[in-house]
Design a protein around this ligand. Structure first.
Ligand SMILES: Cc1cc2nc3c(=O)[nH]c(=O)nc-3n(C[C@H](O)[C@H](O)[C@H](O)COP(=O)(O)O)c2cc1C
Length: 363
């Protein structure tokens, strides 16, 4: 039996990671004017560069893709320049960084979209809230996307992926999880279309697969990953047969030759056993890297690695309050706790001021 540890280097295709600990994507709602990542974002991500791989907060591929206040984009020259500062800061400290590209679909509000309705596979409103300039609000009634609009959305992902490479990212993670647009197409609770993008397992998978193929073609399959959350009810979504749906999706993703699948196991940020699902089926179907997420700590990650259940482990909440999470896990050190009041929006407080172990001990 091989004795793998979380703290050894890992070859993610052509990219060498210094360890198997991944920073999960974390929305922090601190983008500046023009939805450009701020100078503080460069400091924040730079502080976390000892992660084997950083996956950024979800980042819009277009104006229509936005669903929350002050989340960054990657579709203007100013946004590309802002992200370049982030990737420079991470690379200067020996880290690796992918950008997570999203389109929120129906999880949005007319106030964020210049008065336009959010778009969705079908005109079915999600039972969820979003965050706009004056606080939490119910999402707006969406309109169903026309068949003719879908090539434009695929192209927005392709263009944002090209922009990502321009901005110095090591790769791109397609956001196929958590009840946003691509998952809305994949799950029948949100998709009642009768065209080639709805009605069957194959049709529901189509947009997610076409987007991923376009990104892979643009920047290389070896720099492309995808996040999925087969049974998560996040943002008011549901699926009647997730095992069949995701077995199919992962078979097809494997033929695209992409670098990784990043699987949120269970309810995002909630119970890992929210619904029955055989994750080992996805693991078997996908020949490259499997990143596992949701509720991992050192003990669970260590045992799942030893059992061959995953190659890399993504930690979300622990990275908010622990810039040196890898050193803390490796040394068995205690973790800082998150201040819930400073998670979303604001400035440096609760963003770049969590101390490392050395800082906490005054060294
Ligand atoms: C503040 C916050 C922001 C998040 N933002 C994103 C995001 O932008 N994209 C995404 O895929 N998941 C997002 N998530 C989900 C996390 O990536 C992760 O799946 C979840 O926190 C469970 O992992 P953990 O138990 O290690 O925290 C977010 C979670 C939190 C707490």
């Amino acid at each position: 039996m091989t004795n793998k540890t979380l703290f050894e280097p890992y070859a993610l295709g052509p990219i060498t990671l210094s360890n198997r600990v991944v920073m999960a994507p974390l929305t922090r709602n601190r983008a500046g004017e023009g939805l450009v990542p701020s100078e503080l974002a460069a400091e924040y991500y730079g502080q976390r560069a000892s992660a084997g791989l950083i996956i950024t907060e979800a980042t819009q591929v277009s104006r229509q893709a936005q669903g929350y206040q002050d989340t960054p984009g990657l579709y203007t020259p100013e946004q590309i320049a802002g992200w370049q500062k982030v990737t420079d800061a991470v690379h200067a400290r020996g880290g690796r960084i992918f950008v997570q590209l999203w389109h929120v679909g129906r999880v949005s509000h007319i106030d964020l979209l210049g008065g336009d309705a959010p778009v969705a596979p079908s005109a079915i409103r999600a039972a969820t809230k979003t965050f706009v300039s004056n606080g939490f609000a119910d999402v707006s009634e969406p309109r169903a996307l026309a068949f003719e609009e879908l090539p434009g959305i695929i192209n927005d992902f392709r263009q944002a992926a090209a922009n990502a490479i321009k901005a110095g990212f090591d790769g791109v993670e397609v956001h196929g999880a958590n009840g946003y647009l691509l998952e809305q197409f994949a799950k029948d609770g949100a998709n009642v279309r009768t065209d080639a993008y709805g009605g069957s397992v194959e049709n529901r998978a189509r947009l997610m697969l076409e987007v991923t193929a376009a990104v892979a073609e643009e920047i290389g399959a070896e720099r492309t990953g995808i996040r999925i959350s087969p049974v998560s009810p996040a943002n008011g979504i549901s699926a009647s047969d997730p095992q069949a749906q995701y077995d199919f999706i992962v078979d097809k993703l494997d033929t695209l030759g992409i670098a990784y699948i990043h699987v949120v196991e269970g309810a995002t940020g909630g119970p890992r056993d929210v619904a029955p699902f055989d994750y080992s089926s996805l693991r078997r179907r996908f020949s490259k890297t499997y990143i596992a997420n949701n509720g991992y700590d050192l003990e669970l990650a260590t045992s799942q690695l030893a059992d061959g259940k995953a190659d890399l482990f993504a930690f979300g909440k622990p990275f908010i309050a622990n810039p040196d999470l890898v050193a803390r896990l490796q040394g068995g050190a205690p973790l800082n706790q998150i201040d819930p009041a400073t998670i979303y929006g604001g400035g440096a407080a609760g963003y770049t001021d969590y101390p490392t172990l050395a800082e906490a001990s005054g060294n």
